[in-house]
Structure formats: C-alpha cells, structure tokens
Design a protein around this ligand. Sequence first.
Ligand code: SAH
Length: 349
Amino acid sequence: MNSIYNYTLEELGNYFISIGDKKFRAIQIFEWLYRSRVNSFDEMTNVPKKAIVHLKENFTMDLLTLERLQVSSDGTRKYLFKLSDGHFIESVLMRHNYGNSICVTSEVGCNMGCAFCASGELGCVRRLTLEEMVLQVLTVQKDLDKEGSRITNVVVMGIGEPFDNYDVLLKFLTVINYAKGLEIGARHITVSTCGIVPKIKEFAEFPLQINLALSLHAPTNELRNKLMKINKAYPIEEVMEAIKYYYDKTNRRVTFEYILLHGINDTKDCAKELIKLIRGMNVYVNLIPYNEVSTKPFKTTPHIEAEEFFSILHKAGINVTLRMEHGSDIDAACGQLRAKRMREDINDL
Ligand code: SAH
C-alpha cells in the first residue's frame, strides 16, 4: 500500500479524477493531513464515507518511527527515525529567537564524500521518497503541536545532497509550502548544495522563492579539490558562474556556507582569497564552526581565530556572519547520530 504522504496536491487530485471522484477531494485531504494534522482517515469528517473507505483500503498514513530523541541543553532536538526498510535518518530541530527551524535529510547516506563530513563515510544507500521527506517535517510538527508551537523554517541541510534527489526535493518543497497545510513560507526554506552546477541553473526556474545555500568551504580549486570531491566535477569558476546565473534569474541572494577547519581553510591567506573570489558578488557568507567528527582529523577553529577571520571579511565589505553552534552536546553534526546508531548495530553483531 502506498502512503498518502507520497503525493503532491496535484498528483492526489489527478488520482481522485482517475477513480471517478473530484479533484477537490485532494484539497480536503491535504487540509486534514497538513493543517488539522489528524491521525486517521476516520477523522476527515467532511470527506464522504465512500471516499474514506477507499482511502483506508488503498493508502497508509503512518508517521515515521522514532528510534531515538536527544534533547540538548540549548533546546535543540535531534530525532533519529527508522524507515520501513530499516535504515536510519536524522532531523534536527533548532530553537531560534525568530522561530523553530528543522534540518531535513534528503538521502540515506551521501555520495558526495566531503573529507570532513560524517554523512558520506558509507556512501549513499538510496534517495528518500517524498513521503520520507515530508514526514520528517510533519512528525516533528506533531511533536511541537503538543506544546502549541510550529515549525517556521526548513533547511534541507541534513544528510544527503538534495540536488541528487532533485525531483523529490521539488515535490517536497511544494507540499510543505502549501498554504492550507504546513504553510512554511518559501522565504523561510533553504536548500543547501555542495555545488551541482546543472541543478543550480535548473533550480533558478523553480517558481517558489526558496533560498539557496552553497557549501563553498574553500576559496581555491587546489584546496576545494582536497576537501570536496565534487569540485573535480564542477570547479569553482563553474560554480560561481552558475551562482551568478541563478542570481540574475531570481534576484535572490545566495548564502555561501564556509565551515572553519583549523589550520586548513581559516588562515589569513584563505580569507584574502575568499574576498578576491566573491568581491562584487551579491552573496552572504555564513561562517560555521566545524562540529568535530571522531573519525575525521579536522579540528574546530578556536573562537578567537574565527572572529579574526570574520573581521577580515567584514572589513573588506563582505556580508558575513559567524554562526554559533547548536546542539554540540548531542552529536548534532551531520550524520553523527546515524553513524553512532549504525556502529551500535555493528557492535551488536
Ligand atoms: N549536501 C548538501 C547538504 C547537506 S550538508 C551540502 O553540501 O550543502 C549541510 C552542511 O553541513 C554543508 O555545508 C556541509 O558541508 C556541512 N557539514 C558537514 N559536516 C559538518 C560538520 N562536521 N560540521 C559542520 N558542518 C558540516
């Protein structure tokens, strides 16, 4: 049986037409699923009995199975979910003064193989389905419903490369943005990519005003090649050209993420190279403290040095922020909880 969460509004409307019902049925159901957030088809009181019977016979509406929940001292919550085929994914809920933001996973594992990242260690097992992406947001929202708060922001920055799961990503964005549903404003959604050039260009055509973030992490090809395998396929010049194209088409400023790796990409020379690379571009640089991974040699830049790096960029007129860590006491770095759970499985053998 297929999950009811595996459909966009459009697809569900077409489905109802195909069985001789009305397209409008899909709107009713979407409101029940994503706005009222009911737990069973029987609660959909304005849907005719015949349609309810059909839904029960043909669709499931199970949520994701929560395997583990970690709550950090700063309120960050990390959910480890078990998928129906036994794989694990993570979603992280962060509390900000402007609202609640959830970091969503797009793939089981990742093929991008960035040298510093825990998610890529075991490669990509498979892409997530629409249902699995949507249910991360819905399951966590249902948890927040208990305290009367809502998810205001979504970042697709969890495990995986979202542009490697492109079609599902676009459907996911449409579902969570739906105004009579979860109603996550497009400007409150960010998709982060390691720099898949053709998809950056394609994404410029997507009608919703979603924010795009690029994981840059190094200002030169020499260094980026060492840190991010993808740079060999799409070198910095091509990525910058795609970002300019994206900006010209959408008029939306792209965020460049830059993790500070001590002694690697946080030197004064790197700051100068970075200024040279992006000067004149309307971008925004987000400096991120590295969350150390036990199996990787990289170290976090001490805060005072991070501030120096920040101020070099700032003085050069670059729009830059230095992000604070969230949930560092609960393995909130990408892929860490999943990796830990998998190690436990291996140890249990
Ligand atoms: N594949 C996408 C999105 C997932 S990774 C991308 O590359 O953008 C989300 C962000 O977390 C990326 O910027 C990634 O480089 C960064 N990241 C990975 N491991 C990290 C770690 N241990 N500490 C801090 N950031 C990390």
